[in-house]
Design a protein around this ligand. Structure first.
Ligand code: 5AD
Ligand code: SF4
Length: 488
């Protein structure tokens, strides 16, 4: 079968899609990137903001037309929205075959095999009964009547022939999502999920509800996966977890003592893998970024000097309402400690503007921290109420869309100014990069990345290949990139 996978949302979702693609590929299926070729559509969905859900539902809805033309299509929804909405999705999208939640992702390949087998069986039965071979294949035969109605102008969609909803929380997902899939043969970087789920329950966030309780893999299991990746040419890994620094803490929601960081132990072990050149990770919860982790960051050269540290708000009042367990002062303290230990470190962050009750004064405090840190990148989100979360109940305090947009723009402008300056400061210097190769649009522009996560553009150079670590002298900069030439 030719399978098209569309992914919405975060890196964890990208990782899940890639693992699913790997498993499907092992079974002999082909992963395609052109929708027109697809026999199977899989949507790996996100629920973190309403917009992400609406986008996916819209896209899947559009496939109704195609399904009428090609009844054999298999359409499935997996991931966070599948978990969040469950069976309800089949009412709105009756042409869908399966809805698979976050605890059952590993079952997707098996589900597809079952559908194929069931349909083959059906075809054979139809032939034996002297019926049209395709009767009841693709669409439920019981809804033939509806199909007929549709032909007569009634707009109800017939149901898909086989429908499955799998939503239980199954910890097997942790060990069964280890395969990787890259058919470009030039990948040098890979995602590796080290924890799944989240126990923090920030008051705005749906993740703990849709991804379940936090579970960690073992150090040995992660080291094995990364070692195997490096054998296949991977030079850099991005470790993933909703609160990645909670790795190995058995779900404890109290910030660990300064000397306790199983995540730091994991990093130390990974650094011993010879062929691995760089390690990145997202996202550590600020108060888990303790002394032990900072010391390992300072000591181990393979750990990249770019830390994504979500701070969400700079107002203590808002942080408290968000159930974030730190103050703006404590956040700045952690940043200062990391800067002292690793002077060239850069930071990126997540921020929510327009959390219920956020005043101009609260926002001013966010802006103050934002400029204090001098972030190199920031994901700024307009607060989106998510049903079932504590913050969604604060209906009297909702901030208007206009105000959210205004605050969003202010921070984006600040960000451009900061990054323009940070990058201009690097003009004239020599930086070390891991070469990623030619840009898709222009083969005359090669790019690479510094340990501090800055994109460096340079002309193709004899003797310089993808995956190499080289030095580049910077002669120009913008808010997005640095430009220069390789120096030997
Ligand atoms: N509205 C807006 N942004 C949100 N995030 C999580 N939940 C919401 C929400 N309801 C943001 C947080 C988090 C990032 C992944 O998404 O900033 O760090
Ligand atoms: Fe959501 Fe907070 Fe968990 Fe991050 S730490 S996934 S924001 S609940």
């Amino acid at each position: 079968m030719k399978i098209f996978i569309k992914t919405y949302g975060c890196q964890m979702n990208l990782r899940d899609s890639e693992a699913t693609a790997g498993e499907l590929n092992k079974l002999g299926h082909e992963i395609v990137y052109d929708e027109n070729e697809a026999d199977v559509f899989i949507f790996n969905t996100c629920s973190v903001r309403e917009k992400a859900e609406l986008k996916a539902v819209g896209k899947i809805g559009i496939l109704k037309k195609l399904k009428k033309k090609k009844p054999n299509l298999i359409i499935g929804i997996m991931g966070c929205m599948a978990q969040n909405k469950g069976e309800e999705l089949l009412k709105e999208l009756p042409h869908v075959n399966f809805v698979v939640g976050t605890g059952q992702l590993h079952k997707v390949p098996e589900l597809i095999t079952n559908i194929i087998e069931e349909r083959d069986k059906k075809r054979k039965q139809n032939i034996a009964k002297g019926l049209d071979e395709s009767f009841g294949v693709g669409f439920d035969e019981a809804s033939e009547e509806i199909l007929q109605n549709a032909k007569n102008g009634e707009r109800r969609m017939p149901r898909a022939d086989i429908q499955e909803v799998l939503l239980e929380n199954d910890e097997d997902v942790l060990e069964s999502l280890n395969s990787h899939f890259d058919d470009t043969n030039s990948a040098i970087s890979a995602f590796v999920a080290v924890t799944r789920g989240c126990n923090r329950f920030c008051s705005y966030c749906i993740v703990p509800y849709v991804r379940g309780r936090e579970i960690s893999r073992t150090i040995e299991d992660v080291v094995n996966e990364v070692t195997e990746l490096t054998v296949n040419g991977i030079k850099e890994v991005m470790l993933l977890g909703q609160n990645v620094a909670a790795f190995g803490l058995k779900g404890d929601t109290k910030a660990p003592a300064p000397e306790n960081s199983p995540f730091a132990d994991l990093l130390t072990e990974l650094c011993k893998i010879d062929k691995l050149k760089r390690i990145r990770f997202v996202s550590p919860y600020p108060s888990y970024f303790n002394e032990k982790l900072i010391n390992v960051l300072a000591k181990e050269e393979k750990i990249c000097h770019n830390i994504h540290l979500p701070f969400q708000s700079g107002s203590d009042r808002v942080l408290k309402a968000m159930n974030r367990q730190y103050t703006a002062e404590q956040y700045k303290n952690i940043i200062d400690k990391i800067k002292t230990a690793v002077p060239d470190v850069t930071f990126s962050t997540d921020i929510i503007v327009g959390f219920p009750g956020e005043t101009d004064e609260d926002f001013a405090k966010t802006r103050e921290v934002f400029n204090y840190v001098g972030f190199d990148n920031a994901y700024i989100f307009k607060y989106s109420p998510r049903e079932g979360t504590k913050a969604a109940e604060l209906t009297d305090l909702m901030v208007s869309e206009e105000v959210k947009e205004e605050r969003n723009q202010i921070l984006l402008n600040d960000l451009t100014k900061i990054t323009e300056q940070n990058n201009a400061d690097l003009c004239g210097s020599v930086v070390e990069i891991l070469v990623e190769g030619a840009s898709k649009r222009n083969s005359e522009r090669w790019s690479g990345r510094t340990s501090t996560n800055k994109v460096v553009i340079f002309p193709p150079t004899d003797g310089v290949d993808v995956g190499d670590i080289v030095n580049v002298k910077i002669d120009k900069s913008s808010s997005m990139s640095l430009f220069g030439k390789v120096v030997f």
